[in-house]
Design a protein around this ligand. Sequence first.
Ligand code: AMP
Length: 523
Amino acid sequence: MSKRVEGTAIGIDLGTTYSCVAAWFSKHNRVEIVPNEQGNKITPSCVAWDGTDLLVGEAAKNQITRNPKNTMFDAKRLIGSRFSDSRVQAYIKSLPFKVIEGFGDKPMMVFEHEWIDYIFSPEEISSKIIENLKEAAEAYIGTKVTDAVITVPAYFSDKQRQATKYAGALAGLNVMCLINEPTSAAIAYGLDNSGDIHRPDVKNVLIFDLGGGTFDVSLLNISKAGMITVKAVGGDTRLGGEDFDEVMVNHCVQEFKKKESKDMSKNAKARMRMKIACEKAKRDLSSTTRTSIEIDSFFEGIDFSMKITRAKFEELNAHFFLKCIEHVEKCLRDGDVHKNDVDDVVIVGGSTRIPKIQQMLTEFFDGKPLCKSINADEAVAYGAAVLAANLRGTGNEKVQELIMLDHVTPLCLGIKTCHSGARVINDMVVMIPKNTPIPTLKEHIVLTVYDNQETVEIVLFVGESTETKENLYLGSLHIGGIPAAPAREVEVAVCFNIDASGILNVLGEDLAAYVTDTTLLIA
Ligand code: AMP
C-alpha cells in the first residue's frame, strides 16, 4: 500500500449494477457518501454511446431501452476474465450488446455505430465509471481527487484484481489499495457515522453481501482493539440480483409465447424493456406480496401484462437462494466456526432486501436477528473511504486506530504438475492454500523432469479442485537457460508473492547460481 500526500483520497465501491463513492470530510469529521449530478448516492455502472457522446451513469441508464446495443453494463462480470471461459460464453449470450474475443482471449465490449465497431475492454468501460465518480467527488469536495481505494469481491481472482486496479489508473487515479467488499463493509459496521468505534468483545461476524452481480460471504473476527481478521471467504462471482431478473425475464418470455404464440426472445430491445420491468417488479415484491408487469406495445404492437406474486418469484429463484445458504455453510466450515458461534450476521448489497433471503438466513442461524444497521447500498464505499483516510493519515484518531486489516486468499493457488505420457489425475499442486492470510510470500522448489531440460514452464491455476481443468488458468511462467544436467538434478525456485491487494507476483530462478531470464505471462 502506498501513501501519498497531495489531493484527496476517496473510497469507491465499483459495483456490477451500481457504484458508490465516499470520502472523509475533515470539516464534518466523518465519512460522507458523495451524491452524483442528479443527487443520488448510487450511480448505475453503465456506459453508453449515443452516436455523438459517451454517456456514463444515470445518463447512460436512462436511454438503455432506446439504445440497448450501445449501452454497456456488467463490465465487472467480464473484467479480468477469459473470453473462452464457458461461464463467460454462457453469460454473454444474454447480453443485448456485442462482446467479442480480443487479444489474449480477452472479452471486448463493442459499440456499433453506422457499421463501425468501437471496441472497449471491460477495464476501459470500468474506468469511465470510476472517472465519473471521481468527478462527482471533486465537485462535491471542491478539491482535486488523486488517490483511491477501490473495492472488489473477496472472490475476485488475481487477474480480476489487476484489471480493476488498471481501470483505476486509466481513470487517472493512484489506486492505493484494493480492499475486499466484505472487509470494507466490516469497517463500516465497526464505525458509526460520528467516527466512534463500537467496541464489542471479540466477535465473529458473518458478512452476507448479495449485490447485482456477485455474492460474497465472509467470516470475520473483529477484536476489541479494532483489528479485523478475515477467517474465511466464499461466494460466487456470478450470482446476484441480475440472475433473479433473468429468471423472471425467461418466465415472462415463456408466458408471452404461450399467450400470444410469439417468440420475442431474440429481440434485444424488447428483452431489455422486459428486464427493466422485471427488475422493478422484483424490487416491488420485496415490500408487497403481489405486483404486475405492464409493458405497452411490447412486441409487434402487442402489450404485455402479467401479475406475479412474491411466492412465484421465490419459487422461480429457489435454487439461487438455496445456493446462497450453501455458500454460508461452506464458509463457516472453511473458517472452522460453528453457526452458534457467529455473533452478528451483517447483510449488505441491494439483493439482501429480498424477504425470502432474509428469512432463510435468519432460519439458518436459528432465529438470530440480522444486522441491518448499516446502509446496504453505501456500506462498502463507506469502509473504503475510511481505509483511504487511514492510508492518507487523515480522518480522526479512531479511523487511524481501527484498521489493521488481515485478508486471506479466496482460492487455492497452484501449479499443474508436468508429467510426460498419461494424463495425470489430481494434477493441481497447491502452492498457497485457500484462506492463507495475505500479504504472503511462499517459495517452492521445482525439479527438472527430463535430461538436459533447457526450460521449465510453470502453469498457474486458481481454484478449489484437485484437477486443473476444473480451475481457472492464470498464466504461465517460462524459465529458460537452464544448464544441461540429468533429470531431477536442477532445482528451480519459484517464489509466489501475494500483496495486500491480493495481486500475485511470481518469480522463478534456477538455483544453480545462474539467474535466468523469466517472463510471467499473465495475459
Ligand atoms: P448492489 O450491487 O449492492 O448495488 O445491488 C444491486 C442489486 O440489488 C440489483 O440487482 C437490484 O435489482 C437489487 N435490489 C435493489 N433493491 C432491491 C429490493 N428492494 N429488492 C430486491 N432487490 C433489490
